[in-house]
Design a protein around this ligand. Structure first.
Ligand code: NAD
Length: 498
């Protein structure tokens, strides 16, 4: 039977510690287990920082921000101090990728090479370090003869940042939050998901070994209680959060009394609109079914989980989607033949199976999948990728984020109808348009209400904005948009008549 304990031991996984104020702390208070989703074996135990650990970490970050050199450091000095982190992540890519696979079961090939890889994290650090000596403001023209005021603007670091991470892309989301925070001169307290700590703790070790002043970077581990303590802490100026809309709402409420700045990257129910003139129905069906069935098995916020397909190509699309699923392989996430991740927890597995049942009961046509494998695989949280045809957009499987290997296929006749279906959603994170008609690609992309749209494919990169409208969140991550989100614009005017 599959066991991941040998590779865990080979990687030297140890019980987790907290990094606060420039020191690693063994935590003798509460602890919790991290369990692997492919086998349900305990990987290690970690510190539950709770309010006590959060107080210590925020105090250290506060002191480093209010009294330390970090926010005022010369651009070149700050850049030099952070630069080695990029190379150290690159040097540890293989180890970090293995730890990420031990965290959440993502097949190692994807953990090593895909957009959630340590390589992508190093690229994200590299990108944001490039902004350090470009964090400029404006010098404005004197407005009128009524007053002789010369205005200048500056970008100040936003302050102490709480970075709360999800389990599904821990390495990439760590980089997407920590790199801009440090580049902009903020201090930071990171909290990884209770389900995925190992790779993030290794990244934390790399940062701990750099020359950052104590308290600039801190990490606390723990679950909802620790997250709540951190996101409501009066010493925190900004929360940057990636996770579910339900927790996003709680964070908004908890942030209100002190008006914390917020970046919220939340869930999605993105639509892929497939027109009859798509370059290849086969390639499109393989791509969309593949996003739901391989990699993280549909447990990705931007996955287009609604395929809105023109009726004239529906049968062909369904045929090729079924062919794609034959390539799916479950099992040892370190075996290169394994294509797909297990579902992150037993609880989430049961939730997904509940959605599949609701699709059946609401009258959608389950073409394949939806069951759980037996034998040795029964020890892990697997679900056979499912495809529902003849879905109506008002069904729960079309409206709610399932976060699992389920593709809902919705037919359409006209372009207007396709756009209306795409926009009839509480979410607005991403989406795709598949067509070879440039005018249509432009029209439809502009008409869909979402943070981003891919024409004939989708990929996120560090220098482009990513984020959502509606219940998919607030703000954007990537490029200049992030710099704005981690800085406060300050205006200073000089009275030229004084
Ligand atoms: P989650 O909301 O359950 O947990 C995310 C983090 O919030 C964890 O660290 C958790 O410990 C913490 N948390 C839990 N309760 C909290 C509270 N009350 N206050 C503060 N923190 C709290 O999400 P998850 O299951 O880890 O991730 C899946 C979700 O994340 C999906 O909805 C997915 O769409 C979304 N996601 C979005 C993006 C994006 O970029 N938009 C990327 C990845 C994942």
């Amino acid at each position: 039977m599959l066991s991941l304990l040998p590779i865990r031991d080979q990687l030297g996984v140890r019980p987790g510690r907290l990094f606060i104020g420039g020191r690693w702390l063994d935590w003798s208070y509460d602890r919790f287990d991290q369990v692997h989703p492919a086998t349900n074996e305990v990987m290690t135990h970690l510190a539950e920082a709770g309010p006590r650990g959060v107080d210590l970490a925020v105090a250290a970050a506060r002191q480093a921000f209010d009294e330390g050199p970090w926010p005022h450091m010369r651009a070149q000095d700050r850049k030099r101090m952070l630069q080695p982190i990029v190379e150290r992540i690159r040097a540890a890519e293989e180890e970090i990728a293995k730890l990420q696979t031990l965290d959440n079961g993502i097949p190692y090939t994807f953990s090593r090479n895909a957009r959630v890889s340590p390589k992508a994290a190093a690229d994200i650090f590299d990108h944001f370090l490039g902004w350090i000596d470009k964090l400029g403001g404006d010098t404005l023209p004197v407005f009128s003869s009524a007053s002789n005021m010369q205005y200048m603007t500056f970008r100040d670091p936003v302050g102490v940042v709480a970075a709360i991470l999800p389990w599904n892309g821990p390495v990439m989301t760590f980089a997407m939050k920590v790199a801009p925070a440090l580049a902009c001169g903020c201090t930071v307290v990171v909290k990884p998901s209770e389900l995925a700590n190992l790779a993030v703790l290794r990244l934390a070790q790399i940062i701990a070994e750099s020359d950052l002043p104590p308290g600039v970077f801190n990490i606390v581990t723990g679950g909802a209680e620790t997250g709540t303590a951190l996101s409501s802490h009066p010493g925190v100026d900004k929360v940057t959060f990636t996770g579910s809309p339900v927790v996003g709402e709680k964070i908004m409420v908890a942030s209100a009394p002190t008006m914390k700045r917020l970046s919220l990257e939340l869930g999605g129910k993105s639509a892929a609109l497939v027109f009859p003139d798509t370059r290849s129905v086969e390639a499109t069906a393989h791509s969309l079914m593949g996003l739901c069935s391989t990699f993280l098995s549909g447990q990705v916020c931007s996955t287009p989980t609604r395929a809105v397909v023109h009726r004239s190509i529906m049968d062909e699309f369904l045929h090729h989607a079924a062919e794609q699923v034959k390539k799916v392989r479950f099992g040892d996430p370190f075996d290169p033949a394994t294509t797909s991740a297990p579902i992150i927890s037993r609880r989430q597995q049961a939730r997904i199976l509940g959605y599949i049942e609701s699709g059946r009961q609401e009258g959608a046509d389950l073409r394949f999948g939806g069951g759980t494998p037996g034998g040795d695989l029964a020890h892990g949280n697997w679900i056979h990728p499912a495809l529902f045809a003849n879905v109506r957009n008002d069904m729960r499987i079309a409206q709610e984020e399932i976060f699992g290997p389920v593709l809902s296929v919705i037919p359409f006749e006209t372009e207007e109808e396709a756009i209306r279906i795409a926009n009839d959603s509480a979410f607005g994170l991403a989406g795709c348009v598949y067509t070879t008609d440039v005018s249509r690609a432009f029209r439809v992309s502009r008409a869909i209400r979402s943070g981003s749209i891919g024409v004939n494919g989708f990929a996120s990169v560090p220098n482009a904005p990513f984020g959502g409208v509606k219940r998919s969140g607030l703000g954007r991550e990537g490029g200049w948009a992030t710099v704005e989100a981690f800085t406060e614009l300050k205006a200073i005017n000089f009275n030229l008549d004084a």
